[in-house]
Design a binder for this molecule. Structure first.
Ligand SMILES: N[C@@H](CCC(=O)N[C@@H](CS)C(=O)NCC(=O)O)C(=O)O
Length: 249
């Protein structure tokens, strides 16, 4: 199997964690990325395989699947053990709902922090700081809501599942970007903290998070592996240090 992967792509992270959880071997192809040009120009093979020109894309023989949620479904059907989906109609519906919420409710708030702080501001954009502050407030609320759901339970569904993976990837990334603000990370969210620090979520974070560069040394290249020769070279990235850091709470 081949996975086209973005070095800082949270959607790719969901798939990479699931592949590792299932113990599957695969070839990871990192597409080109740079701070200035983001994913442009798009990787030619990704553009040919996915009309949306986005990663992740999974290729398994003749089968091509794009979109992280659909890739996870494919992997579960093709390699059912160990299961990453709960059993039973109600739990499966809950899993779908939570995974969709991670992608469509949590991620947009995280994106405000990435677009307004990680990437250079777009010319004329004077509202990035306000959007970022609003996103931090929203993420603090979402963390509180999640904490209620986790009270008295180890995982979001009946077992560790893609609902945990999706939620954890989005919220832990937010946490490395100081959202919610460190001051808000109090003992008031014990369910969230126990879940986040639990063995499965912690192991997933360690597998995915980019390595932290040695103290005091600039990160010269955000790519875990060199980009293909025909892709834009990675630029120095001051934020990959933050990205590789431990979530604050
Ligand atoms: N819904 C898609 C979203 C994929 C996505 O947004 N990928 C980003 C990287 S995180 C990408 O490839 N962006 C490049 C572009 O849109 O040009 C999924 O779940 O896979």
């Amino acid at each position: 199997m081949k996975l086209y992967s973005g070095p800082l792509s949270l959607f790719t992270a969901k798939v990479r964690i699931a592949l590792d959880e299932k113990g599957l071997d695969y070839e990871r192809i990192e597409v080109g990325w740079s701070l200035a040009n983001r994913y442009e120009p798009h990787h030619s093979e990704v553009a040919a395989l996915n009309p949306k020109e986005q990663v992740p894309v999974l290729v398994d023989g003749d089968v091509v699947v794009y979109d992280s949620t659909l890739i996870l479904e494919y992997l579960e059907e093709r390699f059912p053990e160990p299961a990453l989906y709960p059993s039973g109609l109600a739990q499966r519906a809950r899993r779908r709902q939570l995974e969709a919420a991670a992608d469509e409710i949590v991620f947009p708030a995280v994106w405000e922090l990435i677009d307004g702080g990680f990437y250079p501001a777009r010319p004329g954009d004077t509202e990035a700081a306000q959007r970022s502050a609003a996103a931090k407030r929203r993420l603090a609320e979402l963390q509180q809501e999640l904490d209620k759901q986790l009270t008295g339970r180890e995982y979001l569904c009946e077992r560790f599942s893609v609902a945990d993976i999706g939620t954890f990837v989005m919220l832990s990334t937010a946490s490395t970007l100081d959202a919610p603000p460190a001051a808000a990370c109090t003992r008031s969210t014990p369910g969230w903290r126990a879940w986040r620090r639990g063995r499965r979520c912690d192991a997933s974070w360690r597998r995915w998070a980019p390595p932290r560069p040695p103290r005091g040394r600039a990160c010269r290249n955000a790519h875990p592996t060199a980009p293909p020769a025909n892709q834009a070279a990675a630029r120095p990235c001051r934020f990959s240090r933050a990205w590789g850091s431990t979530p604050r709470c």
